[in-house]
Design a protein around this ligand. Structure first.
Ligand SMILES: Nc1ncnc2c1ncn2[C@@H]1O[C@H](COP(=O)(O)OP(=O)(O)OP(=O)(O)O)[C@@H](O)[C@H]1O
Length: 582
């Protein structure tokens, strides 16, 4: 999906500000526009003073000064309020947009990630950028007003504005050039940041010292920094020369205009041209100074519009509710899948029937496609070909939010929610997040009672050492908190456990799943399916059914006994692991 065109997005982003804060947006725009106008009229009052209209000139100057001061004060107040309100509105809008997308493609595709990273950064600036846009429009209006003032002397003096035009054009060109240089130097900058993080964070620092790589890393960091600096500095210098030339042209035009007026007009007009010319220079500098920000604003606007279009296109319209309980199970019919933007099938022609109530384990080598299978079941991606049927209904026709409300489980790359322990766990089931009994039941199911018991204030302990009074947990403890969160829902249709216990020892994992599987079978009436991904065959063997994924295909499917009797890959891998543990 491409980004929308720049100009087309301009109106949309302005509209967004207007919709969020209609009165403030108009007020901020008008006040900023009007605030600079009295300054542009100073040249006329100066002329009046010189040609004998002293009272009119003096009153004009006084009125202009007071108006400038008052309007600036008002502009600052209104703009500050507008910026604060619009910042909240925009950040909420961006967060909402991302949350409404049904799939997680935008979180996993590098080019989308880049766009979102830029947009996230720009969201912090967009409020400021609106201000910058208003200021630019105001400066352009002042330029027009000053040109009109100059025209009162002679039509020829308008030429001075033309001499100012290259300065603005060069500034706009300069910011484009600098951006190009930034993009060109971006890999060096990214690499330099990565190396800096490697050299300064505790985890990698340990490895670097053990392997003796720390000096090489520091030297590489310096080389990449130098590459970035050289590219940027070269671009700055080149742009600087052009800017100096453009300002030189304006200065020459200004001097020529003053000289010509002195020869052909009276002193009052000379004063007007001198004053208006100086103002013109100021407005040009203002417009040029804002050019960078306006370009950023346009860029951010384009990305915001892209996200809006993307969210609109990827928000499903499926209306069906999932069944209250599973009667038959989940069936894969000729399911193939390739990640968007890639050309390789990571799942090929998968046909499976997972009966209602079954505890199913998925095994396979790294990268075989196990997690992808789980993602498809969670509706995080639709299959590229084929169908997944839930009690006969295609998963595509089931409302994604309603389907996910009936999912439970935990993933290997779980989140560490740094809230109070109760909240961090309760998040797994929003309607019951504050029910103490639901939270404690989930903790028991996850075998995390000892983790919570060790916390200084139990369930009320803030998790995460960077918060006041916060407790730091080990990776394994975080993992058990995540598991407890995953067990909060007590009537899921599907529970997925995608290696959520990789940090636990084999024995603990085995006990945990044995207990979980027993509970799951006891609650058989829901027909709920449990899907477990693990590399540990001691855990895998207690599942009712085992799926073996190999090179993007499901190669074996059956009970432990049947697969062992079949003497295939599963039997071979199981025997190797069993021998190693003996
Ligand atoms: N977001 C993605 N975009 C593109 N390719 C991906 C993405 N996620 C995974 N893949 C690719 O899909 C294939 C299957 O990945 P998957 O994570 O499903 O494997 P897995 O069997 O769960 O591996 P592991 O045991 O290491 O967790 C891999 O080749 C991987 O590189």
């Amino acid at each position: 999906m491409t980004e929308p065109r720049t100009l087309a997005t301009l109106g949309r982003t302005l509209r967004r500000a207007y919709d969020a804060e209609p009165r403030l947006a108009l007020a901020a725009m008008l006040v900023t526009l009007v605030a600079a106008a009295p300054g542009a009229l100073l040249a006329i009052w100066m002329k009046y003073l010189v040609d004998g209209r002293v009272w009119a000139g003096a009153t004009g100057i006084a009125a202009s000064c007071v108006a400038v001061w008052l309007l600036r004060l008002l502009a600052v107040r209104v703009s500050r309020k507008f910026r604060m309100r619009i910042a909240v509105a925009l950040e909420t809008h961006v967060a909402r947009m991302q949350a409404t997308v049904d799939t997680i493609e935008h979180h996993e595709r590098p080019e989308y990630l880049d766009r979102l990273a830029v947009l996230r950064e720009a969201t912090f600036q967009l409020d400021h950028l609106y201000q910058s846009l208003f200021a630019t429009i105001s400066a352009l209006a002042c330029l027009a007003l000053t040109t009109a003032v100059l025209a009162t002397v002679s039509a020829w003096t308008i030429l001075l504005t033309l001499f100012a035009a290259p300065t603005i054009a060069v500034s706009a060109w300069r910011s484009g050039k600098l951006r190009q240089a930034e993009e060109q130097a971006a890999p060096a900058k990214r690499r330099q940041r990565h190396l800096f993080t490697l050299a300064t964070t505790p985890g990698p620092a340990k490895e670097l010292r053990v392997t003796g790589n720390q000096h090489d890393i520091a030297a590489a960091w310096h080389t990449h920094w130098q590459t970035w600096y050289t590219t940027m500095s070269r671009a700055q210098w080149a742009a600087g020369w052009w800017q100096a030339a453009a300002w030189g042209l304006f200065a020459a035009g200004y001097a020529a205009a003053v000289a010509w007026t002195t020869r052909t007009h009276g002193a009052a007009d000379v004063v007007l041209v001198v004053t208006a010319g100086a103002r013109l220079g100021q407005y040009v500098a203002m417009t040029a100074g804002e050019a960078d920000f306006v370009r950023l604003w346009l860029d951010a606007s384009r990305r915001l519009a892209w996200l809006e279009d993307y969210a609109a296109q990827h928000h499903g319209t499926a209306e069906q509710n999932p069944p209250r309980r599973l009667h038959h199970g989940i069936v894969f019919v000729n399911v193939s899948f390739q990640y968007p933007g890639t050309h390789t099938e990571v799942l090929h022609d998968v046909n499976l029937t997972i009966p209602a109530g079954a505890v199913v384990a998925i095994v396979g080598e790294n990268g075989a496609g196990k997690s992808t299978l789980v993602k498809l079941l969670c509706g995080l991606y639709p299959p590229t070909h084929g169908h997944i049927r839930v009690d006969g209904t295609d998963l595509r026709d089931i409302n994604p939010d309603a389907w996910r409300a009936r999912l439970a489980g935990a993933f290997q790359d779980f989140a560490q929610f740094e809230f109070a322990a109760r909240r961090s766990i309760g998040l797994g089931d929003l309607p019951h997040r504050d029910h103490h009994t639901s939270v404690t039941a989930a903790v028991t199911r996850a075998g995390a009672t000892d983790v919570v018991d060790k916390l200084p204030a139990g369930y009320d302990t803030q998790l995460g050492a960077r918060w006041p009074g916060g407790a730091e947990l080990s990776f394994g403890q975080w993992q058990r908190i995540a598991l407890a969160r995953g067990f909060m829902r007590d009537d899921p249709l599907l529970t997925v456990l995608d290696e959520p216990t990789a940090a636990l020892d084999a024995e603990t994992e085995h006990q945990l799943f044995e207990r979980y599987a027993a509970q799951s079978r006891a609650g058989h009436h829901q027909g709920s399916v449990t899907l477990l991904v693990s590399h540990r065959f001691s855990t895998v063997r207690m599942a009712d059914l085992i799926i073996v994924v190999q090179g993007s295909r499901v190669t074996e499917f059956g009970t432990h006994d049947a697969l062992m009797a079949g003497n295939g890959t599963y039997a071979e891998l199981y025997t190797i692991q069993a021998r190693a543990y003996r």
